[in-house]
Ligand binder design. Structure first.
Ligand code: SF4
Ligand code: SF4
Length: 377
């Protein structure tokens, strides 16, 4: 079956314009998984250009894409090459050809509102004893906690640190508790456009209906989709690093402790490359008394993807030997840092696992910026 990819992309709301492609190859050249897998995004654009739209059936490597958007960042012609992968994935999803773990994550989101498939009524269990207000009782700031910080034991510690930090900053915040549901950022990136549209429709009605003018997210993934894809009206969306950096600068969030550690920072793709939030995380870390901040070589736009986005949290990919996260933790350790700071629950999971697999546990600890801030309060 001949498929017009441009038409298909348009129908799915994707910003793909392959006609501008000059086949320079910068997309594939920048793609962090192209060296270790069969994924070649330039070739996919070429095939679509010459009207030989590839049949995605059997193209297992399409699931290797992490949605890091390095190719989008580097393309000189604004083609947005990663969108072709989303189009092809959506064809696979339509025909039911999807890796089982990604299918399970989607089913969990459909049934329970989270990719882990855990009970919807347990979503706020992590708040026990913390005295966190429900947004329904009225507040100035809605905190969208996110699925992983709500359910994953390691990430729950980050959510608990966030609650302490927000309270210390005197913020009047509330959460949605069991009413909160997956934002759908990853749903769109694995190509399940129907479920994504459903989440947007329901989420938009819920969030706008609250009438709370500001919303902060723990995860850059939630931030990205709320900010860029929901079309929320009357709500300012922020990642927590954007919220905290000015509060520290204005003296509204102060420290009485110290963190005597050498810290480096890994830019999450959905915060850095895709939304250009590079300075605020660094400003927060540098403001913590005692922290010695050091940079890795690949930072900001050039930061190496942790390989956790685009459904890769659930699907290992076709090359399980040469993980980007393995490389990244060595880059971090080489700076002499004791702590690899992150600002994303996916980065936390991927990099912490890599530290264990690479035997760096004695040397390097992965911590969210929120945990370092909480430690210095
Ligand atoms: S970087 Fe852009 S213009 Fe260059 S080959 Fe890739 S899609 Fe085409
Ligand atoms: S989004 Fe990232 S992983 Fe996917 S094709 Fe582009 S550069 Fe490669």
């Amino acid at each position: 079956m001949q498929v017009d990819i441009q038409e298909l992309a348009k129908g799915l709301g994707l910003g793909l314009d392959i006609l501008g492609c000059i086949q320079c190859g910068k997309c594939t050249g920048g793609c962090p998984v192209s060296l270790t897998t069969a994924l070649n995004v330039r070739l996919l654009v070429y095939e679509a250009l010459v009207d030989e739209m590839p049949d995605p059936k059997g193209m297992e490597e399409l699931w290797d894409c992490t949605s890091c958007f390095t190719c989008v960042e580097r393309c000189p012609k604004d083609v947005r090459p990663a969108e072709i992968i989303l189009s092809l994935r959506s064809q696979l999803v339509e025909s039911g050809r999807i890796p089982a773990p990604i299918g399970d994550a989607l089913m969990g989101i459909f049934r329970q509102g989270n990719p882990l498939g855990l009970a919807r009524e347990d979503r706020a269990a992590w708040t026990e004893g913390l005295d966190i207000k429900s947004a329904r009782d009225g507040c100035e700031l809605l905190w969208f906690v996110g699925c992983i910080p709500s359910y994953d034991v390691r990430a729950q510690a980050v959510a608990q640190a966030a609650a302490r930090v927000f309270k210390a900053a005197g913020l009047d915040f509330g959460i949605l508790g069991t009413e909160e549901t997956c934002c759908g950022n990853e749903v769109r990136r694995v190509g399940e456009m129907g479920l994504f549209e459903m989440l947007v429709e329901e989420g938009k009605a819920l969030l706008e209906g609250l009438g709370i003018p500001r919303m902060v997210t723990t995860s850059p993934h939630c931030y990205n989709t709320f900010k860029n894809e929901y079309g929320l009206e009357g709500i300012e969306v922020m990642h927590y690093t954007q919220l905290l950096a000015p509060l520290i600068e204005e003296g509204k969030l102060t420290f009485s402790g110290r963190v005597e550690k050498t810290v480096t920072y890994h830019d999450p793709c959905f915060l850095g490359k895709q939304n250009k939030i590079f300075d605020q995380p660094r400003a927060i870390l540098q403001a913590i008394p005692g922290v010695k901040f050091v940079e890795m070589d690949r930072i900001r736009e050039r930061s190496l993807c942790c390989e956790g986005g685009g459904g890769r949290m659930w699907f290992e990919g076709t090359n399980t030997e040469e993980r980007l996260a393995f490389l990244r933790v060595h880059e971090a350790a080489d700076t002499g840092a004791d702590v690899l700071a992150v600002a994303c629950p996916f980065c936390m999971a991927m990099l912490e696992d890599a530290v264990k697999v690479q035997g760096l546990e004695e040397q390097l600890k992965v911590m969210d910026i929120l945990e370092l801030v909480a430690e210095a309060l």
